[in-house]
Design a protein around this ligand. Structure first.
Ligand code: ASP
Ligand code: MG
Length: 450
């Protein structure tokens, strides 16, 4: 059994949907296909939500009409005419009516979740209809019937597994199951979601819950790259990578995977293969526990980082000081990414600045506070175990002209991260690429690094 997840671009046009259908048909075994909404749709749903919140229901209605037009075009391009066209057009009108009905409701968190769920419901419906047209033995199963999170938003893997098992058992003769990424039900049994980009997480959770043979994440790039291809030339796709390294990279900016999506696969030791829908022949990246050790595997950057420095002589030899600081962040539900300490100061970084004003206000009582914005975390992933010599100097020699704001090393064996001004990010990524991967380039990607 295999899970195949396709992102928004992969199902974004009829041409692409047909490519996805080919990939699914050419895969062996029982397949569970997880789909995102068509590209741009979740953003459009978010705009509808924002407009409803502002009371601009007429503008929201125009956005809904545009979405409906896009869907009707898609149905037309998929089926042209005939019964399947008529049937799908009717179904699309139904989805349109559902969206319009939200305009009559009061704005609430639950309304937001219901609206956000609409994208995946439509993309999976369309794809299932395409597979039917292709005479595949496939069935659409609703993620709302099995995907569960608890009251703190955490997936309940056992329930997900039990629910899925029951569904699969009563459909034992089906070859291909189609389901929605991202959406789920919460502890109140209401429609909810796994946060933006959460379809990867859905795929990993299903794969872990059913202990499948492999989880495939199909996207629009040839797997994970050694550096950010948007800013650096001569990047290459990584053939294989460990779960830990992939998790660090996903968290610190490699946009290709949802940060939490590695965890369920890692816990149940299920290989994750990242592939390109538009270049299926390319081997992609295999994330598994047997990846050959590489000193330096890859580099990623995460923007929109804010650093907060708390300076206080009361910290000198005092215990409990850090705990009090952390409590402020906990109370304000803001995650800390990096932290460095000296005897009289603590610097830490956050990426969610929603509660920044309150956090600063509450920290004032501990000492002098300095805030710096427009920073980027550069993350280097690899087997950077502390007893390996020369790695740190190799890294920092490449960027000796760049001012560095914070350095974090030793927290994990697989990561070194440091903080620079976002204005310096592109230079840093390029300097590191030239210095650490220079003799490698694409063809030689198998050689030991550094
Ligand atoms: N459609 C959702 C989003 O755009 C989930 C996903 O694509 O992974 O965030
Ligand atoms: Mg994605």
């Amino acid at each position: 059994m295999i899970v195949l997840k396709f992102g928004g671009t992969s199902v974004g046009t009829v041409e692409n949907m047909r490519k996805v259908a080919d990939i699914v048909s050419n895969t062996y075994g029982v397949r569970i296909v997880v789909l995102s909404a068509m590209s741009g749709v979740t953003n459009s749903l978010q705009r509808i939500i924002d407009l409803i919140e502002l009371g601009k229901n007429n503008d929201a209605k125009i956005e809904i009409e545009n979405l409906n037009k896009k869907y009707l075009h898609t149905v037309y391009d998929l089926f042209g005419s005939g019964n399947r066209f008529k049937e799908s057009s009717l179904r699309i009108s139904y989805f349109n009516d559902v969206l319009l009905s939200f305009l009559d409701k009061d704005y609430s968190d639950q309304l937001v979740r219901e609206i956000l769920a609409q994208g995946e419901l439509v993309s999976t419906y369309l794809f299932q209809t395409l597979l039917e047209e292709n005479h595949e033995n496939s069935k659409l199963i609703s993620a709302l019937d099995f995907m569960r999170i608890d009251s703190s938003g955490e997936p309940v893997l056992d329930d997900i597994g039990d629910n899925l098992f029951t569904i699969l058992q009563s459909n034992y003769n089906v070859d291909i199951f189609i389901t929605q990424g991202f959406i789920c039900r919460n502890s109140n049994n209401d429609v909810d979601n796994l946060k933006r980009g959460g379809s990867d997480y859905t795929a990993s959770l299903i794969g872990a819950a059913l202990a499948v043979d492999e989880i495939q994440i199909w996207t629009d790039i040839d797997g994970m790259h050694n550096n950010d291809p948007r800013f650096v030339e001569n990047t290459f796709s990584i053939e294989e990578i460990s779960f830990d390294e992939a998790a660090e990279l996903a968290y610190f900016g490699a946009k290709i995977l949802h940060p939490q999506s590695i965890i369920p696969a890692k816990e149940r030791n299920i290989p994750v293969l990242v592939k390109n829908t538009f270049n299926p022949e390319s081997p992609g990246t295999l994330i598994h526990d047997k990846a050959k050790v590489k000193k330096i595997r890859a580099i990623a950057a995460k923007d929109n980082i804010t650093a907060i420095k708390i300076k206080s002589y009361r910290m000198l030899m005092a215990y409990g000081f850090l705990m009090k600081i952390f409590e402020v962040f906990e109370k304000n539900e803001t995650a800390i990414d990096m932290i460095t300490t000296s005897e009289v100061a603590v610097s830490l970084t956050i990426d969610n600045t929603e509660k920044l004003d309150r956090i600063i206000e509450e920290l004032q009582s501990f000492g002098n506070i300095e805030v710096e914005t427009d920073l980027s975390i550069i993350c280097i992933a690899g087997d950077l175990a502390q007893n390996k010599k020369g790695i740190i100097s190799a890294i920092f020699n490449c960027i000796d002209q760049i001012p560095i704001r914070m350095i974090s090393y030793g927290g994990s064996k697989y990561n070194l991260s440091f903080l620079v001004k976002t204005a310096d990010k592109i230079s840093v990524l390029n300097l590191l690429n030239d210095g650490l991967f220079s003799d490698l380039k694409k063809v030689e990607s198998k050689k030991e690094l550094v």
